[in-house]
Design a protein around this ligand. Structure first.
Ligand SMILES: [Zn+2]
Length: 65
């Protein structure tokens, strides 16, 4: 089993590794993005995000580098 060292959502390096609360994501934000990708609106029990919203979040993550 391979341990990811980068966030599967935004590709940013993980600082906390497997001990991070948000592993395997870099942040709670990316964990939610991945959740919405999988739910795809079928189980939208939380405020839904449009594809446009998701791309905006990805860009802001990169800007923080
Ligand atoms: Zn991320």
């Amino acid at each position: 089993m391979i341990r990811r060292q980068t966030c599967p959502v935004c590709r940013k390096k993980l600082e906390g590794g497997a001990e991070s609360e948000t592993f395997p994501f870099c942040s709670e934000r990316c964990r939610r993005i991945d959740y919405f990708r999988w739910s795809d609106g079928k189980y939208a029990i939380v405020d839904p995000l449009s594809p446009e919203d998701l791309s905006e979040i990805d860009e802001s993550e990169f800007d923080r580098e």
